[in-house]
Every structure is written in C-alpha cells, then in structure tokens.
Ligand binder design. Structure first.
Ligand code: GTP
Ligand code: IMP
Ligand code: MG
Length: 359
C-alpha cells in the first residue's frame, strides 16, 4: 500500500501529528518526505518531547521505518544534520543524491528581498530563491556536498522496489493546497506545487502506484504569511458565527486579551508558526477550498485535526461515539460538503489522541 498525506488548506493542518500516528499504527517499511523543503514546520509530540521538524520525516517515531527525503525536496544540510541528531535517526535516514541544496545566500536573498519577505511573507528559509536557481540549472545538488555523502540514496529505486514487493510506503508532503504555486492564491504562494501529484513526483513514484491520498484539514482554517483568507473571522462578521462567538467567549473567560478579535482567537487556540513563530490568522472552515483541494489531490480519505480546540469536551477522545453530538454534526457537515468520509479525527497533539475510522 502506498499512501500520500497532503495538506488541504494553507499548511499547518497538523500533518505532523497525523503522520506520527500512522507511523506508529501502520508501521510503514518506508516513510518518504515530499514537499518544498525546510520552509515546513511539522510538530510531533513523542515520549514527552515536542519536535519541530523541518527536514526529517515525522514518521521517525517508528524506529523500524526507513526514512527517505525525495529528490524534489530542498535540503538545508546544517538543519538536516541537526535534526538527524535531535531524532537519533542516524543510519536509517537518507536523502536522494539529486536533492537541490539551500545555501546561506539563498536564505539571505529570501529574507532580504522586499517582494518575497514583505509582500509574500515567506518563511525566509531560502526555498524560493533555491527553487528559482534550480530552474536556472545553476544550483548544486546533494551529491556535491561532502557532509551529505553518507546519507545519499536513490530514493525512487528504494520506494518502487518496496512497492513492488508489497511493502507499506507512506509519503508525507508539506505546506497546503492554498499555497500551491499552480493552484493557490498566487502570488501569495510557495515556490512549488503542493498537491499529491507533486508529492508522488518528489519521491519518484508514478500515479498508477498510489493507492490512497489522505487530505488533512484543521477543523478551522489558519493561514500564516500574507495572502487572502476567505473565511477570516473579524469584528464585523463574528456575529454570524455562533461557534466563533462561543470560542471568543471562552478566550475572554480565560482573560486573554489582544489587538483584535482574530488576535484573541489565535492566542486562545495557540496558533503560532513552527518555523517563524509568527501568529496564524484564524478563519472558519473554508469548505470551498476544501472541496477544490480534495478534487485536485484526488482525495480518497480526509483527516480532520484540532477538533478538541473548538470542542474542548472532545479532548483526547479515541472513540467516535464518545465525541459530543455537536462535534459529530460538525464533522458530518465537513464530510457532506467535501463529499468524502473522514477516516481520522484528531482530538489532541499526541499521536494517540485520535479517532481512527479506517476499516
Ligand atoms: P506544515 O508542514 O508546516 O504545513 O505543518 P503541519 O501540517 O505538520 O502542522 P504544524 O505542526 O505546523 O501545526 C499544527 C499544530 O497543531 C501543532 O502545534 C500540533 O501539535 C497541533 N495539533 C495537531 N493536531 C492537533 C489536535 O488534534 N489537537 C490539538 N490540540 N493540537 C493539534
Ligand atoms: P516560502 O515557502 O517560505 O517561500 O513562503 C511562501 C508562503 O508560504 C508564505 O506565506 C509562508 O508563510 C507560507 N508557508 C510556507 N511553508 C509553510 C508551512 O509549512 N506552513 C504554513 N505556511 C507556509
Ligand atoms: Mg507547520
């Protein structure tokens, strides 16, 4: 079985959490990282520690899995080596020799460029300038860097031979559909497509080899960086949303103050970026974007995270019938709107906080 996990909104949907669960539960033989590069920040809670991963597959929590970084992913060698140490994955983590490498000048350009830094609000991780240089065909690849030599592999060869011998392969993408260079809110997007087709290309597998595409949505829609967000909650429209009035009430009860309604909600929900520490903007669940992204991704399943943040009574629930009625109605509303069943419903940050409805 080959499964691709992608983000269905603007990134930060909680892919890291879902992947850590799948790694422990399904014990994939191979877990391959797709997506743009170290602009991603996936959060994994494991054995009492919080990991903010930008390069290493979140599935590292299963010690039996072989971890691969696909050729489409940009590699920051220093960050990569730090994360190998942090996760203790030496000996079972490899990068494709054709991965393009981010150097200091890419980061400087990303952070120093007025358009990228101020107008797009990039993460400053060097991904945009590195992908531009890759298109110019002047960038250096992983095979050119002595410090990466011991990690080099032919990722497509490994992944395809695993698939052909009936092994379990999990592909983890990064970012989200609304940030796609092709289908997102251009020019407020990242430097590559972010859909499942691209993730397959990133790790070198053909479309006929993919069995499942799991699209992840947060129970509400967040966005960090610049760019439009259709369902943003504001002073002017919150009265139309009973759910958000209730969440705001809970925040105020806790004494949370802020410069705007959205600021208070973001602080209450703990929505802060993993890479840049920037606050994420809070929006109601964007059903139109969810539907469109399920279509382009070819979703076979959907996952919903952070249900406990808006329905605190669901915190840590692992059985569907133990979710509150209103939470179940909410999930059903998303399923009916998108037209696909939710198979994974996340109720907390730890891998085990989840309702798994897969057969
Ligand atoms: P990108 O690759 O950057 O798009 O990130 P991501 O999709 O892996 O998400 P990220 O880890 O950046 O953000 C999700 C946040 O929500 C993290 O802080 C997670 O720990 C947290 N989280 C994920 N699922 C749940 C959940 O079901 N409940 C709660 N309370 N927190 C969750
Ligand atoms: P870049 O990918 O660093 O060039 O940033 C382009 C846009 O995508 C900015 O708005 C970033 O905030 C956003 N972005 C990039 N990666 C992520 C991610 O992993 N999560 C959320 N937003 C992201
Ligand atoms: Mg993130």
């Amino acid at each position: 079985m080959t499964t691709i996990v992608v983000g269905g909104h603007f990134g930060d949907e909680g892919k890291g959490k879902i992947i850590s669960y799948l790694a422990l539960k399904d014990r994939p033989d191979i877990i391959a990282r797709a997506g743009v590069g170290p602009n991603a920040g996936h959060t994994v809670y494991w054995e009492g520690r919080e990991y903010g991963l930008r390069m290493i597959p979140c599935g590292f929590v299963n010690e039996a899995s072989r971890l691969l970084v696909g050729a489409g992913v940009l590699v920051d060698p220093k960050r990569f080596q730090e994360e190998v140490k942090m996760t203790g994955t030496e000996g079972r983590i490899f990068v494709d020799s054709r991965c393009a490498v981010i150097e200091q000048r890419h980061k400087e350009e990303d952070a120093g460029d007025k358009f990228l830094h101020t107008k797009v609000g990039t993460t400053g991780s060097g991904c945009g300038p590195a992908n531009a240089e890759r298109a110019h065909r002047t960038i250096k690849l992983a095979r050119d860097f002595p410090e990466l030599r011991e990690y080099l592999a032919d990722v497509p060869l490994e992944v395809n031979s695993a698939i052909d011998s009936g092994k379990e392969v999990l592909v983890e993408a990064s970012q989200g559909f609304g940030l796609s260079l092709f289908y997102g809110t251009y020019p407020y997007v990242t430097s590559k497509d972010t859909s499942a087709g691209m993730a397959a290309v990133d790790v070198g597998i053909g479309p006929t080899k993919v069995d499942d595409v799991l699209v992840i949505y947060k129970a509400y829609t967040t966005r960090v960086g610049e760019g439009p967000q259709n369902t943003l909650i504001t002073e002017e429209n919150i009265s139309q949303y009973p759910l958000w009035q209730e969440v705001l009430g809970a925040a105020e009860k806790k004494g949370i103050k802020g410069s705007s309604v959205n600021d208070v909600l973001a602080k209450y929900l703990g929505e802060k970026g993993t890479v840049t520490q920037r606050q994420r903007r809070i929006g109601d669940f964007d059903l139109e974007l969810a539907k469109y992204s399920a279509m382009v991704n070819g979703a076979t399943q959907i996952g919903i995270t952070c249900l406990d943040k808006i329905f605190p009574e669901c915190n840590g629930v692992r059985e569907y019938h133990k979710l509150s009625h209103r939470a179940r109605d909410y999930v059903r509303g998303i399923e009916d709107g998108v037209g696909i069943k939710a198979t994974l419903i996340s109720t907390g940050p730890n891998p085990g906080d989840i309702v798994d409805l897969r057969v």
